[in-house]
Design a protein around this ligand. Structure first.
Ligand code: HEM
Length: 322
């Protein structure tokens, strides 16, 4: 007779194992008394609900593991989040992250404003009034976006000041400085183009002044002001142009450049403050000391490599603190 495979019995309907009492005298219990393990209640089997709950708790970890197996991103993330920072790192080093946070706030609040804003010369003003007066939390979100733009401009200047005064623009971080300068121009462009969008008297006239100032620039000035106005006259098309620059063109460029900026920060590490002296590793030759001065982070190393590209093995002794 061919035998069929037996179906698996679900755990929930399998009874707990039968427990045979030990022979009197063999389990250490005195004669006439029940063995000690029968006096306590047997451990409870987890119910079906408990098992489901446990599985639910592990689901996010399983999902992340599934993604990580396909993207191998955990190595990069660990390197980024647990990287060493030089001795002397202080609160001024948080200004870059604060600028990044301000940008994220602008992006999120901007998305919600875009759901209600109408970029038309006849309806823009009314749509902003509608956001402020009728939309739930509209005034709050609009206020966050409006004040957040000033916060971002202030933070980006403070961050630039920090990198300048700490000499972080020097070799090998010149490219990151240049990317930063472009980010600064783009951030100012965001603030300028956003100012026109409420289309009230103040934003209207301020934008005309701003465009005229741009027009006074050498060689490219007149072309730039024509481009911003979307023609020789300031009018309805100017608003659409500012809206497209504010909503699509510049944020896209900022996101791409922040990506490049962050890549270089992680790749090169950050600069030690100028008052922190480079430590000479024990037994290092004077040449290594020279090397330590080159990249300015006080340890002569860039992500586990000397600045000349040779790998170093003892990351612990580089004078860096976690
Ligand atoms: C959207 C604008 C920007 C964001 C989100 C941003 C973000 C950051 C972050 C998070 C860091 C690492 C931590 C720190 O040093 O604060 C950094 C480093 C740096 N940033 Fe920016 N940044 C921006 C604009 C700028 C500007 C305008 C400049 C200069 C013109 C600049 C130049 C640099 C340099 C040179 C470093 C390396 C600092 C070092 O090695 O110590 N960044 N940036």
């Amino acid at each position: 007779m061919p035998s069929f495979p037996k179906p698996r019995i679900p755990d929930a309907i399998v009874p707990p194992p039968l427990r045979k009492p030990a022979k009197p005298g063999t389990s250490g219990a005195p004669k006439g008394q029940a063995p000690s393990d029968l006096k306590t209640a047997p451990p409870e089997r987890p119910s079906h609900g408990d098992k489901l709950l446990d599985r639910g708790k592990e689901a996010p970890i399983d999902a992340l593991g599934w993604v990580d197996q396909r993207m191998a991103a955990s190595g990069f993330l660990t390197g980024m989040l647990y990287r060493k920072v030089p001795k002397g790192t202080n609160w001024f080093y948080t200004l870059g992250s604060a600028t990044l946070f301000a940008f994220v706030v602008q992006a999120v609040t901007g998305v919600f404003l875009a759901m209600y804003y109408t970029p038309s010369a006849t309806q823009a003003y009314a749509s902003i009034a509608h956001i402020n007066n009728d939309v739930p939390l509209g005034q709050f979100v609009h206020g966050m976006h409006k004040w957040g733009s000033s916060v971002m401009v202030i933070l980006i200047f403070l961050h630039m000041g920090r990198t300048f005064f700490f000499g972080a623009y020097k070799y090998p971080r010149e490219l990151n400085w240049v990317i930063g300068v472009v980010l600064l121009i783009l951030t100012m462009t965001m603030a300028f183009t956003g100012y026109l969008l409420p289309f009230d008297q103040r934003s209207f006239w301020a934008s005309i002044v701003g465009i005229n100032i741009n027009g006074t620039g050498p060689v490219v000035g007149p072309y730039l002001s024509d481009f911003l106005r979307a023609g020789p006259e300031f009018g309805a098309t100017t608003l659409s142009r500012f809206y497209a620059i504010h909503m699509l063109l510049v944020p896209g460029a900022i996101i791409a450049l922040i990506g490049a900026h962050m890549y270089l920060v992680v790749k090169l590490g950050t600069t030690a403050p100028p008052w922190v002296k480079a430590e000479r590793p024990k037994g290092a030759s004077p040449l290594a000391q020279l090397d330590a001065g080159v990249n300015g982070n006080g340890n002569g190393r860039v992500n586990g490599h000397r600045t000349n590209g040779t790998p170093v093995s003892d990351e612990g002794g580089n004078g860096a603190s976690a």
